[in-house]
Design a protein around this ligand. Structure first.
Ligand code: PMP
Length: 364
């Protein structure tokens, strides 16, 4: 077996020891003579897994007790609908959105179906073509908004807020799909956090929602029951059959996070990984190009292009042959992207840096 360094943006690399544990437990989970995926979701065994997974997430992220943790079937895109459907009300349908890339744009498009959306901030392109996020004082916030939604890390664009927008009394909602568990955060800075699991939490098919108790209220009348946070809260994420295997698998990943030493250790490692890659790009600035302002560069998704675009296919082919897979940029962005989530070991980044230096030297 030859596992490669997989730089996919998601579904993404999983720690090998987690895959091995899942493999070992596949046929006979905890001596029951059956797989966890064969167990009923209301039985005591699966309920214990669900409770433990929630407890581990609470521990890893230090989630205060006045927040609910929900495991919602479906992707982060489902939250593009659930957030406005649940946080707007019949008499108050204004919300603020920061539109800073591909994913927050999609969130805006969906929210506009339910309310009046004010785009309170966008990416700014400077005269030299460098792209940066708006500063706090450049935000055009509506103090009457039901909430402000933003995407701390734009997975496709490789641009990340390294600070938390201040909204006064307006609840702050964050799509942390590609940044959750990448470094420590203060959960109380936000009123609602959601994240699709397929990057740093586990497998596709499930989304974590961390929501402060007081935000869970009656949703807009048109809301299907399964799209209401209330139904998920009241049923403890078991209104219907939840994706049991995906929940179990998230639990394995969370245990791996704990064994690594938690988010502080993981965050430091992630900073080292990203710094090495950006340093390589900057040292070869005639060859590799990244147009994101240094203080807005993403920790998890390093985007770059080749100054001589015609070399891109050759770069990607040779990288694949060298065991460095899935470096092609998103179809909307082109170029290259190295997604370096928690499961990407530092050695994987070192190999990529060596390959990039060598490729630049051979083709420069
Ligand atoms: N938001 C962000 C920041 C993402 O990176 C993604 C997926 N790459 C999504 C939303 C959409 O997630 P899903 O495909 O799970 O709906």
């Amino acid at each position: 077996m030859n596992r490669v360094y997989n730089f996919s943006a998601g579904p993404a690399m999983i720690p090998e020891e987690v895959l091995r544990q899942a493999q070992e437990e596949m046929l006979d989970w905890h001596g029951l003579g059956m797989s966890i995926m064969e167990l009923g979701h209301r039985g005591p065994e699966f309920q214990a897994v669900l409770e433990q997974t929630e407890a581990d997430l609470r521990e890893v992220l230090a989630i205060p007790s006045n927040y609910h943790v929900l495991f919602v079937a479906g992707g982060a895109s489902h939250q593009f609908s659930m957030v406005p459907l649940n946080l707007l009300s019949e008499h108050h349908k204004q919300a603020d959105y920061l539109e800073t890339g591909v994913w927050s744009h999609k969130a805006v498009v969906e929210a506009k179906r339910y309310g009046t959306i004010n785009v309170a901030g966008q990416v700014i392109t400077e005269a030299d073509g460098i792209r940066r996020l708006p500063l706090q004082q450049e935000l055009n916030l509506n103090p009457k908004a039901a909430y402000l939604h933003y995407t701390p890390n734009e997975t496709v664009d490789g641009i990340e807020f390294h600070w938390v927008p201040q909204t006064g009394k307006v609840p702050l909602v964050a799509d942390m799909t590609s940044s959750i568990l990448s470094h420590p955060i203060q959960v109380s800075d936000y009123q609602l956090i959601y994240a699709g699991a397929q990057k740093n939490v586990g497998q596709a098919g499930i989304t974590l929602v961390i929501v402060r108790e007081d935000l869970v209220k009656e949703a807009l009348a048109i809301t299907p029951i399964l799209y209401t946070y209330k139904a998920h809260v009241e049923s403890k994420s078991c209104y219907n059959t939840p994706p049991t295997y995906a929940i179990y698998f998230s639990g394995l990943v969370l245990n791996w996070v704990k064994r690594q030493g938690g988010l502080k250790v993981i965050g430091e490692r992630n900073h080292r990984k990203a710094s090495k890659l950006y340093a390589c790009i900057d040292q070869h600035r005639d060859f590799y190009v990244n147009k994101i302002a240094p203080d807005c560069r993403a920790l998890m998704n390093v985007v770059f292009s080749l100054a001589r675009e015609e070399l891109t296919e050759e770069f990607l082919n040779q990288a694949t042959q060298a065991g460095l897979a899935n470096l092609r940029g998103h179809r909307a962005a082109g170029g290259c992207r190295a997604s370096i989530y928690n499961a990407m070991p530092e050695e994987g980044v070192d190999c990529l840096v060596e390959f990039m230096k060598d490729f630049a030297q051979r083709n420069g």
